[in-house]
Ligand binder design. Structure first.
Ligand SMILES: Nc1nc2c(ncn2[C@@H]2O[C@H](COP(=O)(O)OP(=O)(O)O)[C@@H](O)[C@H]2O)c(=O)[nH]1
Ligand SMILES: [Mg+2]
Ligand SMILES: [Zn+2]
Length: 347
């Protein structure tokens, strides 16, 4: 492979600068395509092959966030054959982080260096503005650009209604109404996929993520499924893998995450609910929590109907979730709040 493989995957000056000190020691750039416990698959000048996380990373890691995740660019020792050894993570342009599933109190990086996060909802029973708010908070926090995709337009008689509902929840993100089945609106999506870009598809199982991927690429790359009675797709994508496109660029057809629990997403929440944030500027107290405080502009907006009750309740719910994360339970390991994405120049 020529050096071109990196550019096709979004390599840029930021990563080159971060790699420089490692390159002096003979390390090379590679991109993580798959994580399976301590075993990694990476893409390097050699193509795709196995790699291991080096001891230095494991020892220095303060949390799981410091371990390689799918999409990470790393500095690695790459032998001509056999396993590579990953020595360092290059600062991330973006990181999608959620709370690990279950009771454990810890962050988990779902994917790194994603440029566009396509938030897919079905215009059938799947449509749920509350879930979209959660996705948006996750996206804004991650620094990946959210794009709302309303799929299955072919089964929907009330497109205008759903579009208005979506705009109310996602005023700052582009919204596309598409049908993977009929091929409608797919041209609009191709701007987010391709050479130099990394794209992730997020959405419940059965909303048509794999169908969209296949239609956009024009090849049957991913298995798709008929809906079962419970509304779930049959062939659910189970591994989170960075798929390198023949045209350059990469994508992740995410498994349907059953539930997204936010982690440390204060900024993302503020951005996802910027209507409430804007109202809050008019509150009498600057630390107003918009509950019972006198002179609360948010409560006033609720009363005169400019702010919808369910929107306010959704914000409260997510805010409570984040507040609960701030106070680890007694005995839980200390987790530090800190900046997890690099501040390199964004493209
Ligand atoms: N009517 C309709 N069905 C679709 C559309 N896109 C996908 N489907 C169907 O929805 C089911 C789940 O699709 P799939 O791509 O596997 O969803 P995924 O779980 O999100 O990857 C399959 O039976 C698809 O044929 C669409 O635009 N319209
Ligand atoms: Mg799928
Ligand atoms: Zn207030």
């Amino acid at each position: 492979m020529t050096d071109d493989w990196k550019a096709g995957l979004g390599w840029g000056d930021d990563f080159a600068a971060a790699l420089a000190p490692h390159a002096e020691k003979g390390l090379e750039p590679a991109r993580v395509t798959l994580v399976y416990r301590k075993q990694l698959k990476v893409l390097s000048r050699r193509g795709e092959h196995w790699a291991r996380t080096g001891g230095r990373i494991l020892h220095k890691a303060e949390s799981a966030e410091d371990h390689p995740a799918v999409g990470d660019w790393v500095a690695a020792r790459v032998p001509d054959e056999g396993e590579a050894l990953v020595h360092a993570l290059l600062p991330r342009r973006s990181a999608i982080v959620r709370k690990v599933a279950g009771h454990q109190h810890a962050p988990q990086v779902i994917a790194a260096n994603i440029d566009f996060l396509l938030l897919v909802m079905g215009l059938d029973l799947d449509f749920n503005p509350r879930r979209l708010e959660r996705y948006l908070a996750l996206s804004w926090e991650s620094r990946a650009k959210p794009v709302v995709v309303l799929n299955k337009a072919d089964v929907c008689d009330e497109l205008e209604f759903f579009l208005e509902e979506t705009k109310a929840v996602a005023p700052d993100a582009p919204i596309h109404v598409v049908s993977a089945l009929e091929g409608r609106g797919l041209d609009e999506l191709s701007q987010y996929v391709g050479r130099g870009k990394t794209t992730a598809f997020l959405g419940s199982s059965g909303v048509g993520k794999s169908s969209l991927v296949n239609r956009i690429l024009g090849v049957e790359l991913q298995a798709t499924g008929e809906l079962k009675d419970d509304g779930k797709g049959k062939h659910t994508t189970t591994t989170r893998e960075l798929i390198v496109l023949p045209t350059g660029g990469a994508l992740i057809d995410n498994p349907g995450l059953r539930e997204i629990q936010l982690w440390d997403a204060d900024e993302g929440l503020t951005r996802a609910f910027d209507d409430i944030a804007a109202l809050g500027k008019g509150c009498r107290f600057s630390d107003c929590r918009h509950q019972q405080e006198p002179g609360c502009a948010v409560q006033a907006a609720l009363e005169d109907g400019t702010l919808a009750d369910d929107r306010y309740e959704a914000w409260r719910q997510l805010e409570r979730e984040l507040a609960a994360l701030e106070k680890p339970k007694r005995g839980a390991p200390e987790t530090k709040r800190r900046d997890r994405v690099g501040h390199g120049k964004r493209r």
